[in-house]
Design a protein around this ligand. Structure first.
Ligand code: KG4
Ligand code: ZN
Length: 336
């Protein structure tokens, strides 16, 4: 089965062709047109500009995805599209484009939840996680702990009550003069810093829940940077990055301890843009080894938004009978 998939929930316009053969998934093309440069001067994504940019590139991106896969629309058996959650103007571009191609060519269309898509990025690895497992999806817009009972059955067991981890990285980076999105640069800087240089507050909420709060950590970091600026001290960007990352890792591990007690299983999966973070990957892999849990992370190129992950999840959703109709719509926020 050949799947054409689209992702346009935020600021990346993505189209991909995924080949499925006896349950094995392979990427034939995965085109991402990033709007980072367009939004950089505003320090974050501007929704209306994002929607317009998606509209201007989505046709060309689709043409490139099909050409790279060396097929035409007539070879496509299934179309997948992210229809929730995300920026509504951005989602609507992808959903309507996918609908017009699907219904004019009589191809089944499958709506996909963006977070489920991120988890599905792991199914392209040589050794794939098989549900049940616990997953952490951490990106610019989401930080959720999930119990994944089957390829399509997800439960949110914990989440951030305010900022997402990626958002926290990006905002702190911005105050340190690092252009948006600064998460990857904080990752690089942290390699040269001292993780004990500063003591950041924990983001693990002190209760029995599996929830996080990153806003305290963010405010603490921003106040620290402003204080250093006022005292005309050079900003120790590497030390701040290392201490911040270490505090985030500790917070995640604290909640993982509780999560695996509450929902016993022996697999842990990370996904989302932040799962590309070298230090977080390494620390969580080490944590899992210590606890006898199998650890899975997507290929770094598949951590950020892309359409291959949407194609993979569309395959599993279609297998359970999910199929969009002509009135398929987009939703800015929706539970899993
Ligand atoms: O999944 P994604 O591409 O988009 C959303 O769904 O939000 O994630 C983007 C986020 C940004 O906040 C970016 O700074 C962060 O992922 N990010 C990283 C790294 N690479 C991207 N954060 C930490 N370390 C990285 N290496
Ligand atoms: Zn995402």
């Amino acid at each position: 089965m050949k799947i054409l998939a689209f992702e346009s929930s935020c600021d990346d316009t993505c189209a991909s062709v995924v080949d499925e053969n006896r349950g094995e998934l392979k990427i034939l093309s995965n085109i991402v047109s990033s709007q980072t440069d367009i939004h950089a001067e505003y320090g974050g994504v501007v929704p209306e500009i994002a929607g317009r940019a998606h509209a201007s590139v989505i046709s060309g991106i689709t043409y490139r995805a099909l050409s790279k896969a060396e097929i035409t629309i007539r070879d496509i058996d299934l179309i997948g599209v992210t229809n929730r959650p995300g920026l509504i103007g951005s989602l609507l571009v992808g959903v309507n484009f996918a609908k017009s191609i699907a219904f004019s060519n009589k191809i089944p269309l499958v709506p996909v939840h963006h977070i489920k898509g991120h988890v599905a990025a792991n199914y392209f690895s040589d050794i794939k996680p098989e549900p049940p497992f616990i997953a952490l999806v951490a990106s610019g817009g989401h930080t959720s702990l999930l119990k994944v009972d089957s390829y399509t059955g997800f439960r949110t067991i914990g989440a951030t009550r305010d900022d997402a981890i990626g958002e926290c990285f990006d905002k702190i980076a911005r105050v340190m003069g690092i252009p948006y999105p600064g998460g990857a640069e904080i990752d690089r800087l942290a390699s040269f810093g001292e993780r004990d240089a500063f003591s950041f507050p924990s983001a693990a909420i002190h209760d029995d829940s599996l929830d996080f709060s990153f806003s305290g950590l963010k405010t603490y970091a921003i106040n620290l940077i402003h204080r250093l600026e006022q005292s005309k001290t050079d900003i120790p960007r590497s030390d701040i990055s290392a201490s911040l990352t270490f505090s985030i890792i500790e917070s995640i591990e604290k909640k993982l301890e509780k999560a695996f007690k509450k929902y016993p299983c022996d697999r842990f999966v990370i996904a989302g843009g932040v799962s590309a973070n070298t230090h977080i990957r390494k620390a969580l892999a080490g944590y899992c080894t210590e606890k006898g849990i199998d650890f899975f992370a997507p290929d770094k190129r598949l951590c950020g938004d892309n359409a291959a992950m949407i194609g993979a999840q569309a395959f599993y959703e279609y297998g359970t009978g999910v199929c969009g109709r002509t009135d398929l719509n987009a939703f800015p926020s929706e539970e899993l």
